[in-house]
Ligand binder design. Structure first.
Ligand SMILES: O=C(O)CCC(=O)C(=O)O
Ligand SMILES: [Fe+2]
Length: 353
């Protein structure tokens, strides 16, 4: 599902791929710039839907752009796109305090075993990644029984200057710093564990329930997209972590049993571009900004629509997280603020059965 930075040969084949290419981060090749600092190529952002602006105009004078309408029955404005039934956009759904809470949870508790992350396949379960990165620890391959590390896949965090690190290196054992692993954290799974290799939920894997407060939040926001009289049941969630240049390629989330139930998708951190296509990748996608605190719902027909994230903005001018950064550093010091100022986190919550 994730795409490498490499542009594939068939990048221009469908309308969806053309849009991905249009918004993706590319750098100027000009050697004059290249030598100093890589400069992002300018992108025409004029066609993007900006629901922050739409909300502002709607509150001021009740007008909406063509093709956008406000959903009936919501306490605060929820917007829909006329030709994408089942898609809902709730701008600024989470307060700054709520955003801080879920950023901190996403970095500390959510990647804790038994929840799995993209690192499991290589290192097995890793506990306390964020704290270890903060303390400049190093993950080293350990092997108490033999002189080599070839047959083992046991890893532990050590202080950078500990004898264990030097010993591991002498034996040819691998080591990797916690801060590199934190940067390379791409996903973690909550509740029922999604198995990316099989693209399915593996109910046999040990798991904790999704935290009550997150369930409550998801249920509240899901309500507008739920079939009459039914309450959303959060059973699984995927947390995506994006750094500079990371993208999420166009895909469908089709592993849940009942597509009438929404996926509740929460954006945190740096601003991103979200593409909402149609049922075919040949349908031209709507491109829109996703900001920290926005919630998107995809239910019904929208569950069959290709979507993806071709771009996140990590520069101060475009990331749009000044207030969040300040609140985070006031609440919890620099470590979370440092991470989020160049990152985006998405929590998407699903009813699986
Ligand atoms: O990051 C996002 O906003 C979308 C995430 C998503 O589509 C997914 O995880 O399936
Ligand atoms: Fe998705």
């Amino acid at each position: 599902m994730y795409e490498s930075a490499k542009v594939s040969d068939d990048a221009d084949r469908t309308a969806f791929r053309r849009a991905e290419k249009q918004y993706k981060l590319y750098y100027e090749q000009d050697s004059k710039f290249y030598r100093k600092k890589k400069l992002p190529k300018p992108v025409d952002l004029s066609a993007l839907l900006d629901f922050n602006q739409i909300l502002h105009d709607f509150n001021e004078n009740g007008v909406l752009p063509d093709g956008i309408r406000a959903a009936a029955g919501a306490d605060s404005p929820v917007f829909c796109i006329e030709n994408r039934p089942g898609f809902y956009f709730i701008p600024g759904a989470l307060s700054l305090k709520e955003q801080c809470k879920w950023i901190k949870e996403s970095l500390t508790n959510f990647p804790q075993p038994p929840n799995r992350t993209n690192h499991n396949a290589i290192y097995g379960p890793i506990a306390d990644l964020f704290d270890s990165a903060k303390a400049n620890k190093v993950l080293v391959q350990e092997d108490p029984t033999s002189e080599t590390c070839i047959d083992t896949n046991k890893w532990k965090f050590c202080d950078d200057d500990e004898e264990d690190v030097a010993k591991a290196k002498r034996r040819g054992c691998k080591s990797v710093s916690a801060s590199v692993l934190l940067r390379k954290l791409r996903w973690s799974t909550l509740g029922l564990q999604f198995d990316w290799s099989k693209r399915n939920y593996d109910v046999s894997l040990p798991h904790n329930d999704i935290p009550d407060a997150l369930c409550k939040l998801a249920k509240t926001h899901a309500a507008i997209a739920m079939p009459d009289g039914e309450e959303f049941r959060p059973e699984g969630a995927i947390v995506n972590y994006f750094g500079l240049g990371d993208t999420l390629g166009g895909h469908l989330d089709d592993m849940e049993a009942d597509w009438s139930k929404p996926i509740v998708s929460i954006s945190l951190g740096c601003k991103a571009i979200f593409l909402l296509g149609g049922k075919s990748k040949d349908d031209p996608p709507h491109a829109m900004y996703l900001r920290s605190g926005d919630v998107v719902l995809m239910a019904g027909e929208a569950r069959e629509c290709y979507h993806g994230v071709p771009r996140i903005f990590t520069d101060e001018e475009n990331a749009d997280i000044g207030a969040l950064e300040l609140e985070l550093s006031l609440e919890s010091g620099d470590s979370f603020a440092e991470y989020i100022k160049t990152s985006r986190i998405n929590i998407n919550i699903r009813q699986v059965f």
